[in-house]
Design a protein around this ligand. Structure first.
Ligand code: GLN
Length: 450
């Protein structure tokens, strides 16, 4: 089937889902076929997987969809990718994304925009837009994306596929290009929950190369329905009636309410809960992640690796020119915002304050999970929007992350579950969240919605 996927990628070039396609995946497929014949194949034998172009694979290009890393080739392989390879998955290419994973529409890419397969005039979501499209359009079996504030769940919702953001610390970040290190997570996209569960079981575990990965036993993520498991579902009132401008699309609200009614009919206890600090999530997220990004992105200076401007005559001009020419608009905006909130005079007013609000947001979830097992919300306030619709207004764009950033602020797992389409035929997504390291509960509950 690798051959067929490669052909489909070629036929769907206009979607622009891939930055790089690995034609040598065919050779890999032959080797794995041999292993299967000999009964020696791994858990993912023959599964064809695409990888967001922010994860390193040795001797392959790794650009983060940025001109500043144009022509850069990775010198080692990310642990998450290595684990897939060790289980005989076939890596078919690197997917397009927003530059350095900053964006919600995949319009901020040096490789050009990505199109939504359900309507080519609409965005696929971001930042892992290429990954979501590669799965939604059937260009591979599954994909690895990253989620710092919704970049797996939101494009999964816009494209109508499953997308899981694991607990922070469940999957090693070694080999993932850092955007906001205390938020970044790696997770799978797939068309089925069984594939999501299988891939997560392979990705999970402590890695000595990432000190924030946790030494917690990897549970089996088998999805057998267990009738003894009694689940209480919480519906945060702030999510179905958001105070933000624009609110929640009525068709999404109706679809989510239908799901809630089905759960009640099935005998689940459904409780209204409150996550009172939700309205501060976006502001807190954009202060803390830009701060971390401004620090993480200081390594792209034209000296160590990547793009170097040939205009400069001295060292400082070399830094300035290389960064001016290499980074795109949105990345520059974030570096400037982050540098500002960390600057001596403003640190207490912004960065320190935001750290405190982050704690309050986490405590909202701690209290909620004392009462409920699963929190159910819409994944996004709107369906996929038109290309160009929000690109002139960064604040509008940032608001697309309103329901997804809280899970990253708290470090908890969340998944997008596709629940149908709106009247324009665009996919609608439901988000489920669970407490830290409760992915097993999360996935088994998601399975019951099928
Ligand atoms: N859209 C969010 C942002 O622009 C989330 C990005 C992400 O999760 N990588 O920061």
């Amino acid at each position: 089937n690798v051959e067929e996927f490669l052909r489909k990628i070629e036929d769907n070039k206009e979607l622009n889902a891939f930055n790089f396609v690995f034609d040598d995946a065919l050779l890999e497929a032959d080797k794995i076929e041999e292993k299967i014949k000999n009964g020696k194949a791994g858990k993912l034998a023959g599964m064809v997987i695409s990888i967001k172009d922010v994860l390193s694979i040795k001797n392959r290009p790794m650009t983060c969809s940025s001109n500043i890393l144009k022509n850069y080739e990775a010198v080692y392989t990310a642990t998450a990718v290595q684990k897939l390879i060790d289980e005989d998955a076939i890596i078919i290419g690197k997917t397009n994304c927003d530059e350095f994973a900053m964006g919600s529409s995949n319009e901020n890419s040096a490789f050009g925009i990505v199109r939504n397969p359900h309507d080519k005039e609409r965005v696929p979501g971001g930042s892992s837009g290429g990954s979501a499209v590669s799965v939604a359009a059937g260009l591979c079996d599954a994909s690895l994306g990253t989620d710092t504030g919704g970049s797996i769940r939101q494009p999964a919702a816009f494209c109508g596929v499953y997308g899981l953001k694991p607990t922070y610390g469940r999957v090693s970040r070694y080999g993932l290009t850092a955007f906001a290190s205390s938020f970044d997570t790696i997770g799978p996209f797939a068309n089925s929950l069984d594939d999501i569960a299988l891939i997560l079981s392979v990705l999970s575990g402590k890695d000595p190369k990432d000190s924030t990965s946790q030494d917690i036993e990897t549970p089996s993520f088998d999805l057998i329905n267990d009738a003894r498991e009694k689940i209480t579902v919480g519906i945060p009132k702030e999510y179905l009636n958001p105070s933000s401008e624009g609110g929640l699309d009525p068709e999404i609200k109706e679809a989510v309410e239908n799901q809630i009614n089905l759960l009640k009919k099935d005998g689940y206890e459904v409780k209204e809960i409150s996550l009172p600090h939700t309205e501060y999530a976006i502001a807190t997220y954009y202060i803390l992640t830009t701060a971390e990004a401004s620090s993480n992105l200081s390594r792209y200076d034209g000296a160590h690796y990547g793009y170097r401007s040939d205009k400069a005559n001295n060292l400082f001009d070399m830094y300035t020119e290389s960064r001016t020419e290499g980074f795109g608009e949105e990345v520059k905006r974030r570096i400037m915002l982050g540098t500002y909130v960390l600057s001596a005079g403003y640190y207490d007013a912004y960065y320190r304050k935001a750290q405190k609000v982050r704690r309050l947001l986490k405590e909202d979830f701690d209290k909620a999970f004392d009462q409920v097992d699963i929190i159910l919300t819409p994944t996004t306030p709107t369906v996929a929007f038109k290309i160009g619709e929000k690109s002139a207004d960064p604040l509008q764009m940032y608001l697309s992350d309103i329901f997804t950033t809280p899970a990253n602020l708290a470090g908890i797992p969340g998944i997008n579950v596709p629940i149908g389409k709106n009247s324009d035929g665009m996919p609608i997504g439901l988000q489920l969240m669970a407490n830290h390291f409760e992915e097993r509960k999360l996935l088994r509950f998601a399975k019951r919605l099928e």
